[in-house]
Design a protein around this ligand. Structure first.
Ligand SMILES: Cc1cc2nc3c(=O)[nH]c(=O)nc-3n(C[C@H](O)[C@H](O)[C@H](O)COP(=O)(O)OP(=O)(O)OC[C@H]3O[C@@H](n4cnc5c(N)ncnc54)[C@H](O)[C@@H]3O)c2cc1C
Length: 194
């Protein structure tokens, strides 16, 4: 088995490393200062400026194979580099839970949903959250989820308590993907629906 990095990964690793060295690592102190002053949910000027630079250098949306052309194996070393500074993934529009939510929209969203949420998420203009974890049950096993999703004419009624929803507090959060059960009578592994 060949464990070498592909040429494409190596080229991106070099460019990403240079970007991290020039713009991200030297700004760790500036990030801490900005987030500790004022409203912590407000978008940070530093991140917004760095996002523009990353976009201009085409270090943007690397997580999505359909855009970056990278497989998971090719992307993994790049994600590892971003992981060295905990806030840096957002600079490259590669931060959870937006990444997973964009993948869901890309694969399963209607044209209307894509226009409304996927496009601005891919542009780094809005944020999203993934509402899975609940305070009353062990959520590392999604079959424990208690929240219900009940069809009501053309609408759905969502009933449940969620916490730990990363991104929900962001002033730009426009979309929540909600995990609940549509039919609690079904066999255990067929109950959870998004
Ligand atoms: C930084 C951060 C961001 C997060 N962001 C989000 C988010 O965006 N959206 C969201 O919905 N949630 C989010 N979470 C919550 C996270 O996904 C849950 O905490 C996680 O799924 C575990 O669920 P739990 O807390 O209920 O732990 P539990 O399921 O209660 O697990 C507690 C411990 O028990 C162990 N355990 C559980 N069941 C078993 C078993 N049957 N056998 C053996 N061991 C077991 C687990 O491995 C773990 O060590 C976030 C958490 C963190 C820390």
């Amino acid at each position: 088995m060949n464990f070498d990095y592909s040429t494409k990964t190596e080229e991106l690793q070099n460019r990403l490393a240079a970007f991290m060295d020039e713009y991200v690592c030297p700004n760790e102190k500036a990030y801490a200062e900005e987030i500790n002053s004022g409203d912590r949910w407000k978008p940070l000027r530093l991140i917004e400026d760095l996002k523009e630079k990353a976009k201009a250098e085409n270090l943007w949306n690397l997580f999505l194979p359909e855009i970056s052309g990278l497989s998971n194996v090719q992307y993994a070393p790049l994600a590892e580099m971003m992981g060295r500074v905990y806030w840096s993934a957002e600079v490259f529009n590669c931060s959870a839970p937006d990444t997973g939510n964009m993948e869901v929209l890309w694969k399963y969203g209607s044209e209307e949903q894509k226009e409304k949420w996927l496009k601005p998420l891919l542009g780094g203009e809005i944020r999203s959250c993934f509402a899975m974890t609940e305070p009353d049950v062990a959520c590392s096993d999604a079959t424990n989820i208690r929240a219900s999703i009940v069809k009501d004419g053309d609408d759905y009624i969502l009933n449940g308590r969620k916490w730990w929803s990363t991104g929900a507090g962001d002033a730009r959060c426009k979309l929540a993907i909600f995990m609940g059960k549509t039919d609690a009578e079904k066999p255990k592994h067929l109950q959870v629906c998004v």
